[in-house]
Design a protein around this ligand. Structure first.
Ligand code: NAD
Length: 314
């Protein structure tokens, strides 16, 4: 008798598992919040590679206009270099839908936030996304350094209610998104396995190579990269070498495509400073102290390529 109940239970569980796996919605539409250098790249690659419609939200109409015109330039360049056909470019462009209204994310299956690296802004957006997006939607962040557990906690006032926090994960794309293959996938304490698996699968659909890492300050990529950049700025600040010597020795001596100071300009000096501050405060370890010069350059508004001036002029 017991074994027949056991068999019935086992077969019902197997049926349910089959039902859940086929009913589990694939990612048929994407929302991206923030149309800056990362958000725009993520939206474009999702349209091109995963072939999904992308609702691209930014608080600024000017940022959306600039982003869409940049996407059109990138697509035209791909056509002129015969990497894609005109039809493929037109199809990718038609999948991008820019808007200033976050409430238009009410129908998406997956959303990726790429607004500035400012904790209270991210926490507010995730509280909003939990209300606006459908109950099955994955809520991903592109944060470079903010704890995924903290971002997930911001989705609810009741920590026992994990209906939204279990759907929060990080998909940390690398810059420039159309070029860099790697993406870091990070779970918070609340993230469910299904959320993690969906994020890994969707990043693969976008043609990326995911690496899974833990929710620790800086995760993997920035834990290693940012102290390297910060040390290069300290070398400049203390006169160990000038800008060109620092970049040249690393470029020519370690076969990287650009030196650390130029790379910092490309990433954005404000982003580099914000990440160093997180590493420093979260670990309490003085080895992560941000360079004074880096802080001064951010105070001056010299943020690198995006502001036209950093260690180099653009
Ligand atoms: P960015 O400054 O280029 O773009 C941010 C965009 O967000 C801007 O267009 C801004 O108008 C918009 N925005 C600001 N507040 C908003 C809001 N409340 N709602 C909607 N839009 C809003 O920044 P970025 O370099 O693209 O970085 C975005 C995120 O990606 C950050 O968390 C950053 O740490 C991370 N990241 C950056 C890099 C990099 O190399 N730049 C690499 C990996 C991850």
């Amino acid at each position: 008798m017991a074994s027949s109940i056991g068999r019935r239970f086992a077969s019902r569980t197997a049926r349910q598992l089959r039902f859940y796996s086929t009913a589990s919605p694939g990612v048929r539409s994407l929302g991206v919040v923030g149309a800056g250098q990362m958000g725009l790249g993520i939206a474009l690659v999702a349209a091109q590679k995963a072939n999904v419609p992308v609702t691209l939200v930014d608080a600024s109409q000017a940022a959306l206009d600039k982003g869409i015109s940049f996407a059109e330039k990138l697509l035209a360049k791909d056509v002129s270099k015969q990497r894609i056909t005109q039809d493929q470019a037109d199809s990718a462009r038609s999948l991008l839908r820019p808007t200033t209204s976050i409430s238009e994310l009410g129908g998406v299956d997956f959303v990726i936030e790429a607004i500035p690296e400012i904790p209270h802004l991210k926490f507010k957006i995730f509280g909003d996304l939990a209300q606006i997006c459908p109950p099955h939607a994955i809520l991903a962040t592109n944060t470079s350094s903010i704890s995924i557990t903290k971002i997930a906690a911001a989705t609810t006032k009741d920590p026992k209610d994990m209906s939204a926090s279990s759907r929060v994960v990080s998909t940390h794309f690398m810059n420039p998104v159309p070029v860099q293959k790697g993406v870091e996938i990070i779970s918070g304490l609340q993230t469910s396995k299904q959320t993690l698996d969906t994020a890994v699968e969707f990043c693969k659909q976008m043609g990326k190579i995911p690496s899974v890492s833990a929710d620790a300050p800086g995760f993997l990529a920035n834990r290693i990269l940012m102290p390297y950049i910060n040390e290069a700025v300290i070398c400049l600040e203390t006169g160990v070498g000038d800008r060109d010597a620092i970049d040249a020795i690393m470029k020519n001596g370690t076969n990287v495509p650009m030196g650390p100071l130029q790379l910092a300009d490309f990433i954005g000096l404000d982003t580099c400073l914000a990440i160093m501050k997180v590493l420093h405060t979260e670990t309490g370890d003085s080895k992560y102290r941000p360079s004074v010069l880096l802080g001064k350059m951010v105070d001056a508004g010299w943020l690198g390529k995006k502001s036209g001036k950093g260690f180099y002029d653009y």
